[in-house]
Each structure stands twice: as C-alpha cells, then as structure tokens.
Design a protein around this ligand. Sequence first.
Ligand code: SAM
Length: 300
Amino acid sequence: MKIDIVSVFPEYFEVLNLSLLGKAQEKGLVEVTAHNLRDWTHDVHHSVDDTPVGGGAGMVMKPEVWSECLDELLHLEPTTVTCDSTADADDTASADAAESAESATEIAANADAVPSTDRPVLIFPNPSAPLFTQQDATELSHANHLLFGCGRYEGYDARIPQYYRAQGVDVREYSIGDYVLNGGEVAVSVMLEAITRLLPGFMGNAASIVEESYTGENALLEHRQYTKPADWRGIKVPDVLLSGDHAKVDRFRRDEALAKTNELRPDLIEALDCSKLDKADRKTLMALGWEVSGAHPRQR
Ligand code: SAM
C-alpha cells in the first residue's frame, strides 16, 4: 500500500517509523511518504492560508497551494469544473429529518464506500465530517494508494474536496471524534494505524485482529483480558479462565462481551443480526433485557 501524507508539519510523521508500522515499511508492505505542503508555494513566506471569505476569526487553507500539490501527487492536469458550491448544503437542507440530513451528508462526503484498488483515495480529516469507524478502516485497507491531506487553522477551503470529487477522485472526509484538534496530523495517524494494521502480514499474529472490538459482522466490544499472575494484589482472574475448558472459556468471554456492550454501547446490540446469534447468545441477551425474536434485538 502506498501512502502519501501532505502536511505543514511533515516531521510529525517520523513517529510512523516506529513499532509495527516501521517494521511494515521495512518489509515493503507499506510505503509512507510525508510531503510538506509549503513545497508547493511560490511566495517568499511560503503561505498556505488566507483570511476567510465572508469574515470571521482565523485563517483558511488556500485551494491554489493544495491543488498544485494534489494535482502532482494524483497525476492530474489542472482544469475547471462546473459544480454548485452550495450543492452539499442544498442536499442537506432538502432532507426531511435529522436522519436523512445525516445520510445526505454522508453520501456527499464519502460516496464510494468500498474503494477501488486501482484508484487513489484522497482523505481529509475534518471534525465536521462523518465519524471514522472500524468499517471504514477495513474498507480502506483494500485500497492500493491513500493520500491524506492534513488541515490546519480553521480548516481547508471547502472547494478542494468538491473539485477532486468532480474530477472523479474517490474523496473521503472523516472525523475521528466529537472534539476539535489543532490540525489533521493526529487524526491522520489514528486512521493510518487503524487501516494498516489490517493489511495481511502486518500483525505478527493475524488471529489477533479477528476477534476485536467493532470487528466483524456482528461487532461487539471485546471481553476483558487478563494475564498472569492469577491472583494480583488480591484481585483474582475469573476461575473459568483457569479451567482449561475451551468451550466454557469461549462462552464466558462471549457473555462478557455481550454484557459489556449492553452496558457501554447498546447501539451495537441494536445493530446485531439476530439470525447470526446462537441459542446461548439469545439467552444472555434476554437476561439483559433484550427482545431477540425480530431481525435485530429490541430493548424490552
Ligand atoms: N474550524 C473547524 C471546525 O470548527 O470544524 C476546526 C478546524 S481544526 C482547528 C483544523 C484541522 O484539524 C481540521 O481541518 C482537520 O483537518 C483537523 N481536525 C481537528 N479536529 C479533528 C477531528 N476531530 N477529526 C478529524 N480531523 C480533525
């Protein structure tokens, strides 16, 4: 997988040479290049930002610098496109309810859910975009080329993703959580780590990414984990984990995952496909107050 990152602080990404991602680069599984956006400026101050049109605080990243950089990295010729700069907003405004507004934004922002392997995916972190999930990480792990653009200041000119979408580029915008960071560098590191650890050969033990939180069809939070000693400062590991009975251990862990998910993320329980639950899963969920006779569990 080829990964290009554009930032005004490319040194930030030296950290990617450490640990498993560093090893993956050494093995040739991943090739990461961090570019300095200022290399595409032409003025003496290497400026990448300007005042917001319409007034307001702070500065906004200029489209001209970004487009020179992205055209070069995506091998595209500069052109002009015809598109309505309010199109995304209009889509959202015309939606009837909050739910449809949300899906309109998602469609506008991340249209190609499954990336094509022969097309680069251009990704901008943005706190006002749809949330980046494990499912996005899984889908993006199938792409051959990812290009991340790190925003700074008040963010980047909204026409940049719009222009590249109109050019046929698979453009995604993602938030990593409901809070505002100073820049996209941390967000890109988060997404990049979540994506690359799913690449075949990345993890020493491939099994360790199979049964994890948020992973798979009927995703749950993972059960609690313990190591030795069995009794540490008066707190004991649950007896069943020491029993050597694999079936009992699996059931205990599964029930714990269901109970933990019920407590912390009932939305994940609601999303479960009941037809994929076994008899014991159903019994546990019923004991936790769920109705499991329909397509998805419903709280009683
Ligand atoms: N004015 C923007 C707003 O209120 O939505 C915040 C801009 S933030 C200070 C600058 C840049 O940091 C953004 O363009 C984005 O690239 C990145 N960023 C900040 N918070 C983020 C988050 N939660 N998820 C993803 N990217 C984020």
